[in-house]
Each structure stands twice: as structure tokens, then as C-alpha cells.
Design a protein around this ligand. Structure first.
Ligand code: MV4
Length: 496
């Protein structure tokens, strides 16, 4: 087993990996930018190395600096986390040639799955169902031909793909050429690759993904699904296991699991990976793409299977055999995860980095928090403002929802805005509670609901504070008429 591992990441995922390394008796090396000198992952690691300025392009994305840090500290392996260099085939290859173990799949598998058409080809080779589509990039004439054969609507997608960039739905032939031009120029800007291919559009799909893990000796198992339909602009918001849909169709877990393993095997895959599927309204499922990294939402799989995915990743990277057979994988109870962000959901999800002035975290039965924040820390503005992932486990989906609502009420973060109130609103929604989930859910939810109001007693306190403030002479007229929402709410309260 390794004696020392470097974590080429920051934030909650670096902390998550360090925790397992501690449990395994492996020394941990953190890397950090200027903006992360006081961050949790640096405090928790056994050793730390500064790798550059705040901008990720000059720190967390610098392959040379990260390999230098690994050599300097004598780390035998690197865990890439998610994001940053985690799905960069050049980074995995650079580790391979430097004689440092990349804790993940081979660079060849990363490359194969990085191209969406190559990923589809692997899925087809393995016999997994795919959405009807072209096998390569197309010209306008080829796209038109595909649509004539398969009918509209179709979906244009970037071959280099990811995050919905370079994607355009086309509902009639007249829109095709303009949409193809837009998609290609967006793909060129995002990926420096303008190639676009075509698929039949699946309307109101669910997004369900399968966790797989395989060793370097040919053994691979699936660890079941995660329902990830609740997304906003291709960012997941809430994930759960089991999928409410699979709970109604339990045989689908094995079917999708087997298809995921076949697609991964066809790419010569090992270590942890996730195969994404779309499920249409009639319950057919289709391979979408494969993510060749540990995912943000892995804790819900850990909660229902009782496994430690990071431990398994490290063992497999060190050459160990997978210690679990498919028949030994079991799923117990229900897990839900909310991604707690420093952002304002009621103001276009505007990021809200800044200093945390007050922090109370939920505790008690069935609550797991993967976080990196502490009281007094300033959330840097240079990175994704994910503060923590809160996952709960309970015997049933219904009790898990109740537990999550309880935990959300205990969570108190001061000084910055968070999306905690937004989660309370979704978890109380009858459509969510009924499990009627699809990828358009969040947009529809905003269209049919109003932002939550502060509780009556808080509005009364605000009114009182505003009245005292005003009668105490207060600041100048100019200041009293500025647009503080608390003052405005207080005044409204007084005028009622
Ligand atoms: C689709 C689709 C419908 N039909 N493909 C979005 C990003 C990329 N990973 C693939 N995506 C989609 N591909 C076909 N043929 C709908 C989406 C999609 C989506 C997929 C998963 C989760 C959220 C989504 C939100 C919008 C569109």
C-alpha cells in the first residue's frame, strides 16, 4: 500500500479524500493556491505545498507544479478528486510517465470517454442501448438526412461535449442550419473543437446514473443508481438513491447496472466511474456518457451500500483485487444529498462568497456532512462556492425527506447567502415528495412557486428593529432610504 498520497484538489473533496487516507494510515499531501492558505484541506493534511496564485489555470490546473510537489514530498500516488485535472487524459499520462500512480482509470480510458462519440461507440460495442444518433460529427446535409430518417425533434451535441455546451434542440428543418452554426461556434469556444453530432431528442427525461468500480485484474461491479434529475443549468441540485423510479421498477437496477458494466468494459475501464443514462417517459433507458472520476454525489451511494469508495479507489490503484462480488453488494434504506452553495437562489443564483460569521451544523441520527468551511473562514471568490454536501440516510424515502428537512432547519450559516431555504422549499413540494422528477423539474418549480417568506416572528422582529432604528434618530436620511431589504420589510410590517 502507498505510504503517502497527494491530493490534487481543494475544498470539500480534498477534505473527503484526506479523511479516508487518515483512516488507512496513509500520509496526505495537500496542494494550495494563494486563495487557499487558510483552507480546511491545508489544515487537515499532514503536509502541504503552495502551487501558485488563486487562478486555477496557474495553480490547480498546472500539471508540472503538481507533479513537482508530488516528487518533492515523496508522494507515490495522486488523487485528483473531481473537476480540475480529474478527467484530463494528459495529466493521467503525465503521472504514468513520472512513475506516480494516478488514482483513477488509465489515460486511454479517460481519452476514450472524453469524446462523446467515442463513448457512444464503446457503449454500442458493449451492447448498451444508446439514443439513435450519428457516430461522428456531421455537416448540415448529414444532420438533415438523419432528421428525415428519424424525425424531429433532434438534439445537436458537441463531440467534445460536457456541461450542455454546444447543445441545441431542433424541432423543424427550418431551424436546423442556424442551430448547427450556433452549436458549432459555442463548441469551438468551449472545447476548441467545433465538431457537432446528432441524436434524437428525448423529451422530459430522467437522469439516472450507475456507479461502477473495477480493479486492474478484470473484475467489475456496479453499486446501483443515483437519481440526478434535479439539475439547474447542468448543475445537480439534489441527488438520491434509490431513484424513486427504480423503486417502482426494481428490475431496472440490474438491467442498467449490467449495461453500465458492459459499456465500461468496452473502454477497458478500471477504478471508479459513473455511467449516465437518460430514461424516457415510457421507461426506456439510453447510455448518455461516462464520467471517469469520483463524483460529487458519491456519498449517497456510500450511505446505502455501506462502502467507502475512496478507500476502494486507493486499494485498486495500488493493484489490489476488488474485495466484493456483485452478489455481496446490497442497498439498504434511502439517501438524499443537497449541495449547499454560497449563492442566492432568489436572485438568479448569484454567487455569494465572503466571510462566514456564524456557523451551526446539523447533528444527530443519519446526517453526513462533507464540508470544508469553518466559522471565521472567508469563502474565496475564485472557485465554485460549494460549502458542503449534506446527505441524510433513513429507512425509507419518506423518513429521509423528513430527516433532511429537520437537518436543514438546524443548519445556520451567517455572513453569506446560501441556498438552504431553497432546499426546504423543494423538499416540502408535493411533486418532489411524490417522486415525479425529470430534468425540467427545477425550471417548472420556479415557474409555479413563489420565493419563501421569512417566518412571521422574524418579520415582526425586523419591523421592531426598524422602528427602534428610526426613532433613535438613526443615520442620515440618505442612508435610511437606501434599499436594505430588512428595512423595507420592517417598514411594511409597521404600515400593515
Ligand atoms: C440529451 C437530452 C435529451 N435527449 N440527449 C445534457 C448535458 C449532456 N450531459 C447531455 N444532456 C442531455 N442530453 C438526448 N438525446 C437531454 C439532456 C439534458 C439533460 C441531461 C441530464 C441532466 C439534465 C439535463 C438537462 C437538460 C438536457
Amino acid at each position: 500500500m502507498f505510504r503517502k498520497v497527494l491530493i490534487a484538489n481543494r475544498g470539500e473533496i480534498a477534505v473527503r479524500v484526506i479523511r479516508t487516507l487518515h483512516e488507512m494510515g496513509i500520509a496526505s499531501v495537500a496542494v494550495y493556491s494563494d486563495a487557499d492558505r487558510t483552507s480546511s484541506h491545508v489544515r487537515m493534511a499532514d503536509e502541504a505545498e503552495h502551487i501558485g496564485p488563486a487562478a486555477s489555470a496557474e495553480s490547480y490546473l498546472r500539471i508540472d507544479r503538481i507533479l513537482d510537489a508530488a516528487r518533492k514530498h515523496g508522494a507515490e500516488a495522486i488523487h485528483p478528486g473531481y473537476g480540475f485535472l480529474s478527467e484530463n487524459a494528459d495529466f493521467a499520462a503525465a503521472c504514468e510517465s513520472a512513475g506516480i500512480v494516478f488514482i483513477g482509470p488509465s489515460s486511454a480510458s479517460i481519452r476514450a470517454m472524453g469524446s462523446k462519440t467515442a463513448g457512444r461507440a464503446a457503449a454500442i460495442a458493449g451492447g448498451a442501448p444508446v439514443v439513435p444518433g450519428t457516430t461522428k460529427g456531421v455537416t448540415a446535409e448529414e444532420a438533415r438526412e438523419f432528421a428525415r430518417e428519424h424525425g424531429y425533434p433532434i438534439l445537436l451535441k458537441a463531440v467534445a461535449g460536457g456541461g450542455g455546451k454546444g447543445m441545441r434542440a431542433v424541432r423543424a428543418e427550418g431551424e436546423l442550419e442556424g442551430a448547427l452554426r450556433d452549436a458549432a461556434s459555442e463548441a469551438e469556444r468551449a472545447f476548441r473543437d467545433a465538431d457537432i453530432y446528432v441524436e434524437k431528442l428525448v423529451e422530459r427525461p430522467r437522469h439516472i446514473e450507475i456507479q461502477i468500480i473495477g480493479d486492474q485484474h478484470g473484475k467489475m461491479v456496479h453499486l446501483g443508481e443515483r437519481e440526478c434529475s434535479l439539475q439547474r443549468r447542468h448543475q445537480k441540485v439534489i441527488e438520491e438513491c434509490p431513484s424513486p423510479w427504480i423503486a417502482l421498477h426494481p428490475e431496472m437496477r440490474e438491467k442498467m447496472g449490467a449495461a453500465a458494466i458492459r459499456a465500461a468494459r468496452a473502454a477497458g475501464y478500471y477504478n471508479a466511474g459513473t455511467v449516465e443514462f437518460l430514461v424516457d417517459e415510457s421507461g426506456r433507458f439510453y447510455f448518455l456518457e461516462m464520467n471517469t472520476r469520483l463524483q460529487v454525489e458519491h456519498p449517497i451511494t456510500e450511505l446505502v451500500t455501506g462502502l467507502d469508495l475512496v478507500r476502494m479507489q486507493v486499494e485498486i490503484a495500488a493493484g489490489a483485487h476488488l474485495r466484493i462480488a456483485q452478489e455481496q453488494v446490497t442497498w439498504r434504506g434511502s439517501a438524499i444529498e443537497c449541495r449547499i452553495y454560497a449563492e442566492d437562489p432568489y436572485n438568479h443564483f448569484l454567487p455569494s462568497p465572503g466571510k462566514i460569521t456564524r456557523l451551526t451544523r446539523p447533528q444527530g441520527p443519519g446526517v453526513r456532512i462533507d464540508g470544508c468551511i469553518y466559522d471565521g473562514w472567508t469563502v474565496p471568490m475564485e472557485y465554485d462556492p460549494l460549502l458542503a454536501k449534506m446527505a441524510v440516510w433513513a429507512e425509507t424515502r419518506e423518513t429521509a425527506i423528513a430527516r433532511m428537512l429537520r437537518a436543514l432547519r438546524e443548519y445556520d450559516v451567517g455572513g453569506i447567502r446560501t441556498n438552504l431555504a431553497f432546499f426546504r422549499q423543494i423538499l416540502e413540494d408535493p411533486e418532489f415528495q411524490a417522486g415525479h422528477l425529470h430534468t425540467g423539474f427545477i425550471d417548472e418549480f420556479f415557474a409555479r412557486t413563489d420565493p419563501p417568506q421569512p417566518p412571521e416572528e422574524l418579520r415582526a422582529i425586523a419591523a421592531l428593529a426598524a422602528a427602534l432604528h428610526a426613532s433613535a434618530g438613526g443615520p442620515s436620511e440618505a442612508k435610511a432610504t437606501n434599499s436594505s431589504r430588512w428595512l423595507a420589510t420592517g417598514r411594511e410590517g409597521l404600515l400593515r
